[in-house]
Design a protein around this ligand. Structure first.
Ligand code: GLY
Length: 393
């Protein structure tokens, strides 16, 4: 049973303003919200803080793990650079970071211990897209997706073809597994099989983790973290989207996907219209979390089309979330087995994000996203679709 499914949850609803906004737009509640049976919260949930400085251009946003990287993208936007160059430059910092195990170098691997990366880009002004999936041994897959867009007649290249294309285009091949991600993978193996732990003839045989983690504070902290990601395999990702002073928009999403996945599994991140979507007349959207749920509702495209009809980025993200919940008849036990977030900006430089649960991936922390509106990069609370009040059984 996953960490989430061991928790009690209290259902609230769409954040009040979001529900009002959606209802006003259609003069009734939206079909997805109506199907969910949700009603507005009456003050028992903690409201997300109103995002500061709405409607500013240039603007760049990402999932929370990009908070220290958005400055690089903003520098490019302020100098009049291209919006796609800005978002790719920002996420490249996270792809290069060995301490971020959700993206690029050091990402948590598949069940065979191979890091497999997915990424996509969309360039609003030229209405172009590029994408790669299940790529091994190439670190900067957002730039690789951009290279597919710029240098081929294709939109998507996968697997070994993508790796060979990268080498042909001058990308360096490397082992993407760091010592950190290798140890966590070994711990996952040990937790799933008697074969990957000391045998009964070993003095260590009672403690399956002692052969992997040493008795140092660093390794014990890593063991505690490993226990969490073994119980609740993450799908960490970084979507990043930007609008410049003129109103041109681009986006990228890059990820190592679901930890311990079956080799070849592809999530939503490289799927144009799901993990990443841009319409230069309207805005952009992206997602993190369980990609399978997003693929089934074409979240990126759905959100942009909702914004085209007049919804704010936040309300559009909440409407996408209502469709995810509707796919499970709003069954909280089933919804409690995963997490998903949506993020969006519009052409006016407004931004918003929604999380399925009030909490982030760490149950004790609120769900947040990162925003740089030209002054500083900061974390802003996501609008929660469901509001947790319980802690454990
Ligand atoms: N959202 C990332 C994935 O599911 O792979």
């Amino acid at each position: 049973m996953s960490l989430w499914s061991r928790r009690k949850f209290f259902l609230t609803s769409l954040a009040g303003s979001a529900a009002a906004g959606i209802a006003n737009l259609f003069e009734r509640t939206t079909p997805a919200a109506a199907a969910s049976g949700l009603t507005p919260s009456v003050g028992n949930g903690v409201r997300p803080a109103a995002p500061a400085a709405q409607g500013k251009r240039p603007l760049i946003i990402s999932s929370a793990n990009g908070v220290n990287a958005l400055g690089r993208g903003m520098d490019i936007l302020k100098k009049g650079g291209d919006t796609l160059d800005a978002v790719v430059a920002a996420v490249t910092i996270v792809e290069d970071d060995p301490n971020d195990d959700s993206v690029g170098y050091g990402g948590l691997p598949n069940e065979q211990g191979e890091v497999e990366l997915d990424a996509s880009v969309m360039h609003g002004p030229t209405h172009r897209a590029g994408s790669v999936a299940s790529v091994r041994r190439i670190k900067n897959v957002s730039r690789l997706a951009k290279t597919v867009m710029e240098r081929t007649n294709h939109v998507m290249i996968v697997g070994d073809g993508a790796r060979r294309f990268a080498v042909d285009e001058g990308f360096e091949e490397m082992n993407l597994l760091t010592e950190h991600s290798r140890k966590i993978w070994l711990a996952w193996k040990a937790s799933t099989s008697f074969n990957w732990r000391p045998g009964i003839d070993s003095p260590e045989w009672k403690d399956k983790m002692s052969s992997i983690f040493e008795d140092t504070p660093e390794d014990q902290a890593l063991l505690a973290y490993a226990q969490r990601v073994i119980t609740d395999p993450p799908t960490g990702t970084i979507p990043c989207m930007a609008v410049n002073e003129k109103g041109d928009i681009s986006a990228t999403t890059t990820t190592s996907g679901l930890a311990w996945k079956i080799p070849g599994r592809v999530g939503d991140s490289p799927i144009i219209g799901a993990g990443c979507y841009v319409d230069n007349e309207v805005g952009a959207a992206g997602s993190t979390g369980k990609g399978e749920e997003n693929i089934k509702i074409c979240g990126g495209h759905t959100i942009v089309e909702m914004m085209r009809k007049g919804m704010s980025p936040k309300d559009a993200c909440l409407e996408a979330m209502a469709r995810v919940a509707r796919n499970y008849s709003n069954d909280k036990k089933k919804l409690a087995t995963f997490h998903i977030y949506f993020y969006a900006i519009n052409k006016d430089g407004q931004h918003g994000a929604a999380s399925l649960w009030r909490n982030g991936y760490e149950p004790s922390k609120r769900a947040m996203y990162a925003v740089h509106d030209g002054t500083e990069s900061k974390l802003v609370e996501c609008a929660p679709y469901l509001d947790e009040i319980g802690t454990s059984d």
